[in-house]
Ligand binder design. Structure first.
Ligand SMILES: *Cc1c(COP(=O)(O)O)cnc(C)c1O
Length: 362
């Protein structure tokens, strides 16, 4: 048998709704690294194990691929010729890529302007039918839900239950790798599909371990973090004009509202929110101290973990996993703005000048 990694459906086939005859649409998603932070815990002077699940290393650069491999596999199995989604960017890039792979059409509704450059470039390259609307993600989402009653298209937003099934495999990977569930799991929350999916994954593993392996069957406390300008889970009601630099979570009307509240309650977890400054600070810390470049929205998970560790809400000795949902290359504009003050020096192309430039910095 080949040991080639074939994608998460192959790996977790017995836990996913596929059978022997299903044609699997895969680009080798999943199996992303779980990286232990080495420098940040000592910088904050706390005895904690923080791991990041770097979902930016999926084929299109975000965790959306986990859900999309399942959603498109099932759409094709059910005879669909076209898929549709509303997106802040990553869902559209992922949908477009998997549609190409399957040989079907992808229609994507994106908000006018507020989409990170890398995501737009990908979606164009994957040759999706892009429909830009004069509105935000939430209005795109309500249009998509309507249109599927009028046109033969399958919705691949996370209201599609197969998306959640694909995404729950990230929790399986974490337990398979650590040998146990972490004490806390921290996530950025936008539409709240991902927090729903992780909770489902942790719960399924815990259920089949039963009481025999108490350590493994334990589930983490789920911590959902939002941007202050797009924080319906904090205010407890929908937000009309969500605003944040973390465009992937610029969502005011989360579609998985009830499921996310359920995850919070069952896990005795919590929601919290952060200013864009705090999010960008965590974004920069990951690059500067750990060599990990994620997108701004992703860093919300670390911003939250750091606050709750500092306050003692997350105790020392805890094992914490933060999901880094997307790759930093998705949003080069924000990254470059983050480093405005570190312009490269320009010097003469001589040995002396280079030598001086190096010695000046030692
Ligand atoms: C989609 C996305 C999120 C939000 O996930 P939800 O399932 O909508 O809560 C966070 N970060 C990135 C990078 C995303 O692409």
């Amino acid at each position: 048998m080949s040991t080639r990694y074939a994608g998460l459906i192959e790996r977790y086939r017995n836990r996913l709704p596929v059978d022997d005859y299903t044609r699997i649409i895969s680009i080798g998603e999943g199996n992303t690294p779980l990286i232990q932070l080495q420098n940040i815990p000592s910088i904050i002077a706390k005895d904690v194990d923080i791991y990041v699940k770097f979902e930016g290393l999926n084929p299109t650069g975000s965790f959306k691929d986990r859900g999309m491999t399942m959603a498109v596999t099932k759409a094709v199995e059910n005879g669909s010729q076209a898929i549709i989604c509303a997106s802040t960017g990553n869902t559209s890039a992922s949908a477009a890529a998997y549609a190409v792979r399957a040989g079907i059409k992808a229609f994507v509704l994106i908000p006018d302007g507020k989409i990170a450059l890398g995501k737009l470039a990908q979606t164009l390259m994957y040759d999706a039918q892009i429909i830009q609307i004069n509105g935000n993600f939430d209005s795109g989402m309500s249009l998509v839900k309507e249109i599927s009653k009028h046109a033969p298209v399958t919705i691949v937003n996370s209201i599609n239950p197969f998306r959640i099934d694909g995404q729950k495999t990230a929790a399986f990977e974490i337990i398979d790798e650590l040998g146990y569930a972490p004490d806390y799991h921290c996530l950025p929350v936008g539409n709240a599909g991902n927090i729903t999916a992780y909770w489902k994954g942790y719960t399924e593993y815990a259920q089949d371990q039963g009481d025999l392996k108490a350590v493994v069957s334990k589930r983490p406390v789920m911590c959902g973090y939002q941007a202050a300008g797009a924080a319906p889970f904090i205010s407890g009601k929908m937000v009309d004009n969500p605003e944040t630099i973390a465009t992937a979570i610029r969502i005011g009307r989360p579609q998985s509202w009830d499921h996310a509240w359920n995850a919070q309650k069952e896990s005795a977890g919590w929601f919290d929110c952060f200013s864009d400054e705090k999010i960008l600070e965590a974004h920069k810390m990951l690059s500067h101290y750990e060599g990990i470049f994620c997108e701004p929205a992703s860093a919300t998970s670390l911003a939250g973990a750091l606050k709750d560790i500092a306050s003692g809400k997350i105790a020392e000795g805890s094992k914490i996993v933060c999901t880094l949902t997307g790759n930093g290359l998705k949003d080069p504009d924000t990254a470059i703005n983050q480093c405005k003050d570190s312009h490269p020096v320009t010097i003469d192309a001589t040995l002396d000048a280079v030598k001086k430039a190096i010695l000046d910095k030692m």
